[in-house]
Design a binder for this molecule. Structure first.
Ligand code: BT5
Length: 276
């Protein structure tokens, strides 16, 4: 039996800022992102929704996100930033940077091992340990709220994954053999997110998160396949641009930039991008 999360313990590990000042905890919920959207009209910026288990955890494009009880971090951060809509997807990259920094601070043995697979995956070893789902609610062209959902496989064992997922997904426990304290990880992620988010809001680009994700990129310098509405083309990734866009050289030689959410991406011949 996995111990339940203690909100009190998380609160003790976080600073005094906005992010996580209010934490709403559920044992079981459909999806913390769904709850974030439901809570958005009445809860303040920085509210965090947490649960032990999701019954309808979601990835992008309605894909399923498996969220077994008590073994991972399934949480959403509600934000109310004053941002133009094109900047909102950049928050995925800010969250990826925050997760990497927090994990490396808490477990220095992870330094040099985490990779960010643009735009929303974190890899350890060959597998995905974390995925981020950023969703915005808009009225006219104004951003009302944003929900940044974070799934992090912490203490999941091999048996917690389906046969198909076992091959491409992993957990901190599977890769290191160590069991992690989820409250300390949550507190660490919220603290790093708070500081990178503040920095992001003060800049006109990704700010500090850019170098963090560039240095850990799983795709810069690699040949990839871009999948856009069923059409696949080969490209070489040149750089992560200051707005979080991917700058690529297409097979024909043209250089272009790709905005997150437009395309999926496969690295080499290995299918890293999960099938829907
Ligand atoms: C993502 O989507 O990676 C975003 C996942 C976000 C999950 C969090 S949990 C808290 C919050 N509430 C939610 O309902 N969602 C967010 P995408 O890139 O589309 O990847 C989805 C794919 O990852 C699936 O099709 C599977 O192949 C794979 N997958 C499913 N569960 C996984 C897991 N626990 N770990 C690693 N990969 C998984």
């Amino acid at each position: 039996m996995n111990p339940k999360l203690s909100v009190e313990k998380i609160e003790k590990t976080i600073g005094t800022g906005r992010i996580g000042k209010k934490i709403i905890y559920f044992d079981t919920i459909d999806s913390t992102n769904n709850e974030g959207k439901r809570a958005a009209p009445c809860e303040p910026e920085g509210t965090v929704i947490l649960c032990e288990r999701q019954t309808a955890g979601r990835g992008r494009l309605g894909r399923e996100w498996i969220s077994p009880e008590g073994k991972g971090i399934w949480m959403s951060i509600l934000l109310k930033p004053n941002l133009p809509t094109p900047r909102v997807p950049q928050l995925t990259i800010v969250a990826a940077a925050a997760i990497c920094l927090a994990l490396e601070r808490i477990d220095p043995l992870l330094q040099g091992k985490l990779q960010v697979k643009w735009p929303n995956d974190i890899l350890l070893g060959q597998g995905k340990i974390s995925g981020i789902l950023t969703e915005m609610q808009i009225s006219g062209d104004k951003v009302q709220s944003v929900v940044v959902g974070i799934g992090l496989n912490v203490n999941l064992k091999e048996a917690d994954f389906s046969e198909e997922l076992k091959m491409k997904a992993t957990s901190l426990f599977r890769e290191t053999g160590r069991t992690y304290d989820r409250e300390i990880l949550i507190g660490g992620i919220l603290n790093s997110f708070e500081s990178l988010y503040k920095n992001f809001l003060q800049k006109e680009n990704l700010g500090e998160s850019l170098a963090i994700c560039r240095n850990r990129s799983a795709v810069i310098g690699k040949q990839v396949f871009l999948l856009d509405k069923g059409v696949q083309q080969e490209a070489e990734v040149l750089e992560l641009g200051p707005q979080g866009e991917l700058i690529v050289k297409l097979a024909g030689g043209d250089i272009t930039s790709i905005v997150s959410g437009e395309v999926s991406l496969r690295v080499g011949h290995q299918l890293v991008e999960p099938k829907g």
